[in-house]
Ligand binder design. Structure first.
Ligand code: FAD
Length: 623
């Protein structure tokens, strides 16, 4: 049966990618349908109940700067917040929050249900309706057909999902959820490159059976950070501690003893697992010289007794899981509430995607999230937002947009995926970005909110708050630049008492602030320096922008130079074998990836600056 209503954008899947995609499309005023297996699992965290961390926190702030949901949801659901790398430079500082799983899900669901232009329907999608290489709708399990000119597919680990616990395995999307077999089979008929990846999760433990007195307590930060640029600390629920314990030699012996029944080490699992989030059996084998590994014992929620032991993800048989858990300090009498498991699933080679996340083979079909080979809620959410937004832009007849590598970690993520592909689950790190000093968590709004507003992603209250903040930063920066401190003034004399080398002449405020031993707060504490107290977030920006201005300007110059040919388009039909001087290897690589721009081509591994010059000459001749 054909559903009586037509939509402009259909999003399949209500995980982290799907919810951001649906919200972004609907925020832009486009009639959007979110189709998912189960409304109760909207926004479900399949693995660790936490958002953010190094690199990932940057993505969350960028999602927020573009009006997305993740940061606002974690502000309402976070039960322990920390700023990681707080003592290091601002580029690598990152926010992380432990989530109450139930509160997170309900925050996401509330946002979805209250979003104008968005309709939700619960049913599994089993097929895509494709006509002449263009998607026009989807078919669901109950025989309903929904029509739309753009479809965003965000089905996570569900495609051909196979769950392993020891030598036993069964089909599943994640524990307790059905897999998407029919859809996986259908997608394998389309011309995408498909492969298998694997991820895993630890057993969960009943807190009532744990001895916390022998563990190290890890409280959150005080004052409690917020994630969203619109967030306030009073939105947070009650804050609680996490705990730290360790594996030991006995744990490692138990694991080694169970490896013959490990699906990973006996060859049952074919998919490649996440290198940076390995299972405990992987850690024991890869780092055999280490006799202990740290475990963060994380609460699953304020009203839950379940604990998430972060660091012992495993697919060993259940009896081995019990023994290994009980060999750990504090877990001697632990009761496992859910076993750990690994899951293998289909993913698509992201090199078959455009920067908009539209597939290269089927017009109007966008892919986002774990199906593109990534791992993590933040990576999924970031792609979801971009795919949902571009699906909406396409139905509005507008050009696609995706941030560049120098504009956002989201740009780094997408460019890495579509240019280099991935052979293992991809997660974000700050080390993946070339321009870390520009791509900070603290300035994500200054980098992206104006663009988000232009695209229709930003609501009025966020726009007003952003505009006021931006103006305040500009005003205060100008004021500091024009401040003068004379050595014999009251401020100068007080400062001289604090400095090793006293001031010998009049100094401008910005010169003083650039010195490592003078902070914005310190400068404002001097007599006559403070005119009007500015918000902490404004002061933070003024301080960072002035203190690091030398480095920031140098990075901006570098970006400008690298951008000269970045956006020069490469025609879709370009026959690289006709480009004089290109090696066969480079021709093959470029034919394979079909980069959209010179910038993208230059980042394909093996494509040298000389090859780029040849391409530019060829393009000139074609004109
Ligand atoms: P998901 O969050 O999986 O959402 C997929 C959605 O699609 C679900 O709502 C589902 O119901 C729906 N759906 C699926 N098929 C259909 C269909 N046919 N029709 C309609 N709806 C459908 N990440 C980490 O960063 N670290 C980890 O250690 C980690 N471990 C993990 C362990 C396990 C066991 C699993 C399952 C995931 C793990 N992840 C981990 C990954 C993290 O959960 C995902 O990266 C993230 O949830 C991906 O978001 P997504 O939106 O792409 O997919």
């Amino acid at each position: 049966m054909r559903y009586p209503e037509n939509y402009s954008v259909i999003v399949i899947g209500g995980g982290h990618a799907g919810t951001e995609a649906a919200l972004a499309s609907a925020r832009m005023g486009v009639k959007t349908l979110l189709l998912t297996h189960n409304i109760e699992t909207l926004g479900q965290m399949s693995c660790n109940p936490a958002i953010g961390g190094i690199g990932k926190g940057h993505l969350v702030k960028e999602i927020d700067a573009l009006g997305g949901a993740m940061a606002q949801a974690i502000d309402r659901a976070g039960i322990q917040f920390r700023t990681l790398n707080a003592s290091k430079g601002p580029a690598v500082r990152a926010t992380r929050a432990q989530a109450d799983r139930a509160l997170y899900k309900s925050a996401i669901r509330e946002m979805l249900e209250n979003q104008p232009n968005l309709t939700i329907f619960q049913n599994a999608v089993v097929d895509l309706i494709v006509e002449q290489n263009k998607v026009i709708g989807v078919k669901t399990q109950m025989g309903l057909d929904f029509y739309a000119p753009a479809v965003v597919l965000t089905v996570g680990t569900f495609l051909g999902g196979l769950i392993h616990i020891g030598m036993q395995n069964h089909s599943g999307g994640r524990a307790g959820d059905p897999p998407s077999i029919a859809l996986a089979e259908r997608l394998r008929e389309l011309p995408f490159r498909v492969d298998r990846l694997k991820t895993g999760t630890p057993p969960r433990i009943d807190a009532k059976s744990v001895d916390f007195s022998v563990m190290e307590e890890q409280p959150g930060d005080n004052p409690v950070p917020t994630f969203s640029f619109m967030g306030t600390a009073d939105q947070h629920p009650r804050q609680i501690s996490c705990w730290i314990t360790h594996t030991n030699e006995s744990t490692h012996d138990i694991i080694r003893g169970g490896l013959d029944r490990s699906p990973m080490y006996s060859g049952v699992i074919e998919g490649v697992g996440p290198r940076y989030c390995p299972s405990i059996e992987d850690k024991i084998m890869r780092f055999s010289d280490k006799n202990s590994h740290q475990i963060f014992v994380e609460p699953e929620g304020l009203n839950s007794h379940e604990l998430y032991p972060n660091g012992i993800s495993t697919s060993l048989p259940f009896d081995v899981q019990m023994d290994l858990v009980r060999s750990i300090k504090g877990f001697e009498n632990a009761h496992i509430t859910r076993p750990g498991y690994a899951i293998e699933y289909d993913y698509f080679d992201p090199r078959d995607l455009k920067a908009s996340l539209e597939t290269k083979f089927i017009d109007g079909l966008f892919f986002a999230g774990q199906i593109n080979g990534t791992t993590g809620y933040e990576e999924a959410g970031a792609q979801g937002l971009i795919a949902g937004m571009n699906a909406a832009l396409q139905t509005q007849g507008k050009d696609a947009w995706s941030p560049r590598r120098d504009e956002a970690y989201i740009g780094v993520l997408i460019d890495d995926l579509i240019t280099r592909g991935t052979q293992e689950p991809y997660r974000m790190f700050t080390s993946r970005a070339e321009y870390r000093l520009i791509l900070r968590e603290d300035n994500a709004d200054l980098r992206l909110t104006e663009k988000g507003h232009e695209l229709g992603l930003i609501n009025d209250s966020r726009w007003q708050a952003f505009s006021e903040k931006k103006e305040a930063i500009e005003r205060e920066t100008t004021r500091i630049k024009n401040l003068v401190v004379q050595p014999d003034s009251a401020a100068g004399q007080q400062l001289n008492k604090q400095l090793e080398k006293p001031l010998s002449r009049a100094y401008k405020g910005e010169e003083l602030l650039r010195r490592p031993d003078i902070t914005y707060a310190g400068l404002m504490a001097l007599p006559g320096m403070l005119e009007e107290k500015v918000a902490d977030k404004v002061a933070e920006q003024v301080e960072i922008q002035i203190k690091y201005s030398g480095y920031i300007d140098r990075q901006k110059d570098e970006i400008e130079r690298s951008l000269r040919n970045e956006n020069t388009a490469l025609p879709k039909d370009l026959d690289y074998s006709q480009v004089k001087g290109l090696s066969n290897e480079v021709v093959q690589k470029l034919m394979n990836i079909k980069p959209e721009t010179i910038g993208q081509a230059s980042r394909v591994s093996g494509v040298t600056p000389a090859a780029i010059s040849l391409l530019l000459v060829h393009l000139k001749k074609r004109q």
